[in-house]
Design a protein. Structure first.
Length: 186
């Protein structure tokens, strides 16, 4: 079933919308949560919470052509929140590593006096990613959206780990430059 028809089911408050979403995107959504949490039970709990949150957000939202991205964003945020709860005392090494990597070009909001709205920053990052090759965009998204390890990314694209590290390092520097040009002070 296509996304638009699934969204119609949500709008009609038909519970089969959840079943259709789970059949079409369940495995991919679980993978997003698992890559952050590294436990199946927690990933499954986030998946179920995602369906509830999707149910509650449609309407007013109507993600007809981007249902997976809509659900993916929800599960990613739920998984990150769960990760923060689970590791309140001892933070997850991978989460800390990725945070440090991105702080090279995007400091946390506590580091900036005049903080931009998240949607403005997202727009600037998307503008930067549009200037990158498809391969570079994929590396960036796999690392910072899906939380894939360097090893997983290298295996997925058949390139060396050092090439992945180098490409991501250069992209972070380029992103920092792009954000500075757009008025985002670092």
């Amino acid at each position: 079933m296509d996304d638009s028809k699934i969204v119609d089911l949500y709008l009609a408050r038909d519970e089969s919308a959840i079943v259709q979403t789970a059949e079409k995107y369940g495995a991919s959504l679980r993978r997003i949560a698992y890559s952050i949490l590294h436990t199946e039970p927690s990933a499954e709990e986030c998946e179920n919470d995602t369906y509830l949150e999707t149910w509650n957000r449609i309407p007013p939202n109507e993600p007809r052509s981007w249902l997976f991205a809509f659900c993916g964003r929800i599960i990613r945020h739920l998984a990150i929140d769960e990760c923060r709860k689970l590791h309140a005392q001892k933070r997850s090494a991978q989460y800390c590593e990725l945070t440090k990597e991105m702080e090279q070009c995007i400091p946390s909001s506590s580091d900036t006096e005049g903080s931009f709205h998240a949607d403005q920053l997202t727009q600037m990052i998307n503008e930067y990613l549009k200037t990158c090759s498809e391969e570079k965009r994929n590396l960036f998204v796999r690392r910072y959206w899906y939380f894939d390890s360097i090893e997983e990314i290298a295996g997925r694209y058949g390139i060396s780990e050092s090439k992945v590290k180098t490409a991501l390092h250069r992209m972070r520097k380029e992103l920092k430059t792009h954000l500075s040009k757009e008025g985002y002070t670092i």
